[in-house]
Ligand binder design. Structure first.
Ligand code: C5P
Length: 240
């Protein structure tokens, strides 16, 4: 169902706001994204609270460290019972492989379902100039493709990318390799600070498996209605 593929970004400051949005939206969407802002201020309690309220979780902490440290952190996050979490692909193949292995081993040890482990390829905030300054030799699209393929080789389940790159990832890594895409805006929405955007229907048609949408839902006068109309736009892509 389309609604299972919609992830709401909970970029808020307080547990009360988290509780309000999860209670309102848990039957309308598939998952909630908890990022650095919320996790670093509220800690693992926020994960427990969202789960207690019946929400699934994409924990967006973008781990990037030496393989052993990432593997140990992965065990902790798997134990929290999150459904998806992510690492940076630029941490390298061994780091990603250790994370994927640790997630599966820890889930098996605990008797729970293993989380999907996905990789951030190239941050969509980086311009061509930024990429050159960092020292990347190739164009952003080439780097996304390269890092997507490396993530797959390391045994990861998918990547976070712009919906504009979802087709490229699908062609390079196959239809079962998941792409989770922020930068989605309904046709009539305020784009805010997002630059490279797609509508929900186009993002699904381009090959996105999960759409991440924040402010168009959380800042709407009626978040439930906003979520429903995005799901409706997604459904149009499956039908056509
Ligand atoms: O409010 P909005 O729909 O722009 O929220 C999108 C969410 O996805 C935010 O939490 C943002 O940090 C995240 N994100 C993004 N672009 C990326 C990676 C993550 O917008 N490349």
């Amino acid at each position: 169902m389309a609604k299972e593929k919609l992830i709401v970004a909970l970029d808020v400051d307080t547990m009360e706001e988290v509780e309000r949005y999860v209670s309102l939206l848990k039957d309308e969407v598939g998952m909630f994204k908890i990022g650095m802002q919320v996790y670093n201020s509220l800690g693992k309690e926020v994960v427990t609270r969202v789960k207690d309220l019946g929400g699934k979780i994409f924990l967006d902490l973008k781990l990037h460290d030496i393989p052993n440290t990432v593997a140990q952190a992965t065990r902790v996050l798997t134990g929290l019972g999150v459904d998806i979490f992510n690492v940076h692909a630029s941490g390298g193949e061994e780091m990603m492989k250790k994370a994927a292995d640790a997630a599966r081993e820890e889930a098996e040890r605990l008797g729970i379902t293993a989380p999907l482990v996905i990789a951030v390829t190239i941050l969509t905030s980086l311009s061509d100039e930024d990429m050159k300054a960092i020292g990347y030799a190739e164009e952003p699209a080439q780097m996304v493709k390269k890092l997507g393929m490396l993530s797959k080789k390391a045994g990861l389940d998918g990547v976070v990318c712009s919906p504009l790159e979802a087709t490229l990832i699908r062609e390079a890594c196959g239809v079962d390799f998941i792409s989770v895409t922020p930068g989605v805006r309904p046709a009539d929405a305020d784009v805010a600070d997002q630059k490279r955007i797609m509508t929900p229907k186009k993002a699904i048609a381009a090959g996105s498996h999960y759409l991440v949408v924040g402010r168009p839902i959380t800042k709407a006068d009626d978040p439930v209605q906003a979520a429903r109309s995005i799901v409706k736009e997604m459904e149009e892509a499956y039908v056509n």
